[in-house]
Design a protein around this ligand. Structure first.
Ligand SMILES: Cc1cc2nc3c(=O)[nH]c(=O)nc-3n(C[C@H](O)[C@H](O)[C@H](O)COP(=O)(O)O)c2cc1C
Length: 248
């Protein structure tokens, strides 16, 4: 393995942080590394809000479902899909009343993927500097309140948050599905994927038992059944449409 792959293979989410701030120069370097991710048609349809203000982080930790590390991390990045900047940039070139497709499902996917690619590049950059990170999808729990709190304009939505800071405790590494579960050859092979699930259930049961002194031992497939049958953030579609996104 080369150094980059070794860095990637060391990833684990970090949920306990030292209070040491992330220096401005390093924060800018992390975001600049994020910006070098590939981006669909060079649209760069994302923005990131770096939250360091203690009161704001406190409010965000409440809004994300009382996730204490949102408050305790020195910097909390809110990664947003941003079609607003594009609309602004294009406006002087549009004819009077000319319609745009900022509200299409395709534009939504482009902006969301762009935000995720930039965020993941930034995450790797941060980890390579010795920081730990944790993505926070909980930012979408009360997305309307987060949007007001951070003054996020129309055509922009917060995709996820990201805690960054120096880890204050070592955390275990969560095993992944075997490569054979996700890697298909030439065509999609459902039988081959299915065959790997039993073994992964066993791996995850062992992992959970060791992490919780035997208190948790639910197989991964059962956790996925619970996840799939839970109505999660069903208000999102209406919210996004209200912000001018995902209308056709
Ligand atoms: C988009 C996204 C949202 C996530 N949201 C949360 C979250 O709200 N809270 C949390 O503690 N972890 C969150 N995570 C972290 C995942 O739980 C974690 O990445 C996964 O369980 C694998 O563990 P690992 O990152 O330690 O390898 C999120 C991860 C992603 C990619």
């Amino acid at each position: 393995m080369n150094e980059v792959v070794m860095q990637l293979m060391k990833h684990r989410s970090v949920r306990a942080f030292e209070q040491t701030p992330v220096p401005e120069e390093q924060l800018r370097e992390i975001v600049a590394a994020g910006q070098m991710a590939s981006t669909s048609s060079n649209v760069q349809a994302y923005s990131v809000i770096a939250v360091t203000d203690t009161a704001l982080k406190h409010e965000l930790s409440v809004l994300t479902g009382r996730q204490a590390y949102v408050e305790s991390c020195p910097v909390f990045l809110v990664w947003c899909a941003d079609l607003n900047r594009l609309a602004q940039a294009a406006s002087s070139h549009l004819l009077d009343g000319e319609q745009t497709y900022a509200d299409s499902a395709e534009s939504f996917v482009v902006a969301t993927v762009d935000a995720a690619l930039a965020a993941q590049n930034a995450a790797i950059a941060a980890e390579s500097m010795g920081y730990g990170i944790c993505y926070i999808g909980g930012i979408r729990n009360r997305i309307g309140e987060v949007t007001s709190l951070l003054r996020i304009p129309r055509l922009v939505y917060p995709v996820f948050g990201m805690c960054i800071g120096i880890p204050s405790a070592s955390s275990g590494q969560r095993p992944r599905l075997p490569v054979d579960a996700v890697l298909h050859r030439d065509v999609y092979e459902p039988g081959r994927t299915f065959a790997t699930i039993g073994a992964y259930d066993d791996t995850m049961v062992r992992y959970l038992r060791s992490r919780t002194e035997g208190r948790k031992s639910t197989p991964w497939s059962k956790i996925m059944a619970e996840w799939l049958t839970r109505p999660n953030r069903l208000q999102l579609m209406e919210f996004l449409q209200g912000r001018g996104l995902l209308r056709r």
